[in-house]
Design a protein around this ligand. Structure first.
Ligand code: NAP
Length: 518
C-alpha cells in the first residue's frame, strides 16, 4: 500500500475490512438503495455499481441518505467504463466527477481502472484519493498472465488497494493468482481473484493467500462478473470467514461440473462435523491441469466424476484391490507425502441402502448397464454373496463384466420369465426428465427397484416400479451414501447422514421447482 501523504485507509476505513464485498446492481437509484438497505445488516461491505444505472448521478442524494441511516456501512463506488468491461459510456472526466461526488455522499472507497488512470493527470487521481480510499483496478477478461508486470504498471499510480482480476481458463490459473498474492501482498494491499467458472479456487482461497477481500454477488442472476459466487454461498457453503492457513481443501472434479450437488452435501457435512476444510467444484478440462492443483494448492482429497473415473487411475500411486477390479475411481486421498490413493465409494452407495433393507447373502439382483457404476455395483454385490445378473444395451461389456465378476448375463426377452429381489438401474436412462425408463412396466418383476439416476428424484422407472407394487430406492440414497463414505475416508469421522440427505433433497426440490418455472 502506498501511504503518502496521509494514511487514507486509516482515515476512511475500519481497521479490518470484512472479507466479502457484495456487488449491488440495479436499473434505477431507488432499487439500488432499497437493495442495499436489505443487504447491509448481514453485509456491511457493499459495492455500488453506479455504471449499471442509466443516470448514475441521480443516485447521489439517495446514497447520502443511506449513510445517514447506516453510518457503519462501508461502500465502494464503482462506475466502470464500457471500454474497461463496465457499462458507463461517459467520458473519463465525468467518471471521475461522479466518483468524487459519490465519495462526498459517503462512499469510503472508489474504484478506478488502470485504463482510466492512464488517461488522466496524476493530480486528478490524487484529488479523488484525498476524498476516499482509492482502489486501482485492472481486469483481464481473457486469461491470467503477466500479473507482476501489471502490478508494476499500476504502481505508477499511488493507491490504497491494487485490484488485479484475471480470467481462469485452467484450474492452474488459480495457482498463478494465489502465488502472486502470496508474494506481493506483504508489500501492497492487494485484491486478487480469477473470474470464470474455473476461478472458484481463487474466489474462496484468495483471502488466505493475501487478497484484502473478495467480491460476491447478491444472487446468481445479479452477477457482475463471470463465475462470481453469491455472498450467501461464500459464507454459508464455503465458510469464507473461517478459511485460514490450516483449512484443508477438497473438491469434486469433472467436466462439466456446474450442476454438481457435491459441494452442497460435502460442505454441509464438513461444517456439521466442525472439520476445518472446504470443498469446491473444480471444472477440470484436462487431468494434468487438475493434478497440478492437487500438488500446488495442495488439494487433500477429490471426488472424481464423469468423464475421469477411469482415466484418473494411471495417475494414482496406489488403489485398493476393489477399485483396481472395478477399474474406476471416484475418490482420491492425497497423503502427507503427496502420494495419491484411489478408492471407489460407489460400491458403498449401492450396497449400504440395500443391506439396510434385505439380507444380501443369496439375494437375486439384476443390474442394468455395464459401465463404471454398474461395475461398482456388480463387484460390490458379488462380494456380499448376491447372485448377480447383468443386462446391458450392448452385450459385449456385459459379458466381459460377468466373466470378471463371476456374474451372469441375461437377455431382455427372458426378463418377463424372471423374478428378482432387486433391479438396479446403472444406466443414465431417465435422467433430466427425459421421461424414459430402462424397462417397461411389465418387465419389472422385483421386490425392490433401485434407480441410480437421482435427477429427477422420482424417475419414470421408479414410477413404473411403484405401479408394479415394488418398493423403490431413489438414486439420492446412493448419492448420499457414496458421499458419506468419502467423508469418512477423508476425515475419519462418521458422516452426518441425515443432514447430508436433507440438504441434497432440498437442493433437488429447488432444482425441480426452478425447472418447472421455465
Ligand atoms: P457409463 O460408464 O457411461 O455407463 C453407462 C451405461 O449405461 C453403459 O452400460 C451403457 O450401455 C448404458 N447406457 C447408456 N445409454 C443408454 C441407453 N440410452 N439405453 C440403454 N443403456 C444405455 O456411466 P456410469 O458412470 O456407469 O453411470 C451410469 C449412471 O449412474 C449415470 O446416470 C450416473 O449419473 C449414475 N450414477 C449415479 C450415482 C449416484 O450417486 N446416484 C453414482 C454413480 C453413477 P452401452 O454399453 O450399450 O453403451
Amino acid at each position: 500500500m502506498n501511504s503518502s501523504p496521509a494514511n487514507f485507509v486509516q482515515r476512511f476505513l475500519p481497521l479490518r475490512l470484512p472479507r466479502v464485498c457484495v456487488a449491488v446492481i440495479a436499473s434505477d437509484p431507488a432499487q439500488l438503495l432499497d437493495k442495499a438497505e436489505g443487504l447491509v445488516r448481514d453485509n456491511p461491505f457493499l459495492e455500488f455499481r453506479l455504471d449499471y444505472l442509466p443516470k448514475p448521478g441521480l443516485a447521489l442524494p439517495r446514497i447520502r441518505s443511506f449513510f445517514e441511516m447506516f453510518p457503519h456501512a462501508v461502500v465502494i463506488a464503482t462506475c466502470r467504463r464500457a471500454t474497461s468491461g463496465g457499462k458507463f459510456r461517459g467520458s473519463v472526466a465525468s467518471q471521475l466527477e461522479l466518483l468524487s461526488k459519490a465519495a462526498a455522499a459517503g462512499c469510503q472507497l472508489v474504484d478506478v481502472e488502470l485504463q482510466t488512470a492512464l488517461k488522466c493527470k496524476g493530480e486528478q487521481l490524487q484529488k479523488l484519493r484525498s476524498r476516499a480510499a482509492l482502489i486501482l483496478s485492472f481486469h483481464d477478461f481473457h486469461g491470467t498472465k503477466k500479473l507482476p508486470e501489471t502490478l508494476e504498471k499500476m504502481r505508477n499510480y499511488p493507491a490504497d488497494f491494487y485490484k488485479v482480476v484475471s480470467t481462469a481458463t485452467t484450474l492452474t490459473d488459480n495457482v498463478t493468482m494465489m502465488k502472486f498474492l502470496e508474494k506481493e501482498s506483504d508489500r501492497h494491499s492487494l485484491v486478487g481473484l480469477c473470474m470464470g467458472e474455473q476461478g472458484i479456487i481463487s474466489r474462496v482461497l484468495g483471502v488466505r493467500a493475501g487478497s484484502a477481500f473478495t467480491f460476491a454477488s447478491v444472487s446468481e442472476e445479479e452477477r457482475t462478473a463471470p463465475g462470481q459466487v453469491t455472498a450467501q454461498d461464500l459464507r454459508s457453503v464455503y465458510r469464507i470467514e473461517q478459511v485460514d492457513v490450516a483449512t484443508r481443501v477438497y473438491g469434486v472434479a469433472g467436466d462439466p461440473i456446474a450442476h454438481s450437488l457435491s459441494p452442497i452435501i460435502m460442505n454441509t457435512a464438513l461444517r456439521r462435523e466442525n472439520v476445518n476444510a472446504v470443498y469446491l467444484a473444480l471444472h477440470a478440462k484436462a487431468l494434468k491441469d487438475l493434478l497440478t492443483c492437487v500438488r500446488e494448492i495442495p488439494i487433500h482429497g477429490l471426488s472424481i466424476t464423469m468423464p475421469y473415473k477411469e482415466a484418473i487411475l494411471k495417475y494414482l500411486d496406489n488403489t485398493d484391490s476393489h477399485t483396481t477390479k472395478i477399474g474406476a475411481c471416484n475418490t482420491i486421498v492425497r497423503a502427507q507425502d503427496g502420494k495419491l490413493y484411489g478408492f471407489n465409494t460407489d460400491t458403498a452407495g449401492v450396497v449400504r441402502p440395500l443391506e439396510q433393507r434385505i439380507p444380501l447373502e443369496g439375494a437375486r439382483i439384476l443390474v442394468l448397464g455395464a459401465g463404471g457404476a454398474a461395475r461398482a455395483a456388480v463387484f460390490g454385490l458379488k462380494e456380499r454373496g448376491c447372485e448377480v445378473f447383468i443386462l446391458n444395451r450392448t452385450p459385449a461389456p456385459a459379458q466381459k463384466l460377468a466373466r470378471q465378476a463371476k456374474a451372469r448375463t441375461i437377455k431382455r426377452q427372458d426378463l418377463r420369465k424372471l423374478a428378482f429381489d432387486v433391479i438396479v438401474n446403472a444406466t443414465p436412462v431417465g435422467m433430466s426428465n427425459s421421461g424414459e425408463s430402462p424397462l417397461h412396466e411389465n418387465e419389472i418383476n422385483a421386490k425392490y427397484v433401485f434407480d441410480m439416476v437421482y435427477d429427477p428424484p422420482e424417475t419414470r422407472f421408479l414410477k413404473a416400479a411403484k405401479a408394479r407394487g415394488a418398493q423403490i430406492i431413489p438414486g439420492i440414497e446412493m448419492f448420499v451414501h457414496q458421499a458419506a463414505r468419502q467423508f469418512e475416508i477423508w476425515t475419519g469421522k462418521p458422516a452426518p447422514w441425515d443432514d447430508m440427505l436433507r440438504v441434497v433433497t432440498i437442493a433437488l426440490q429447488e432444482r425441480v421447482a426452478k425447472a418447472a418455472k421455465k
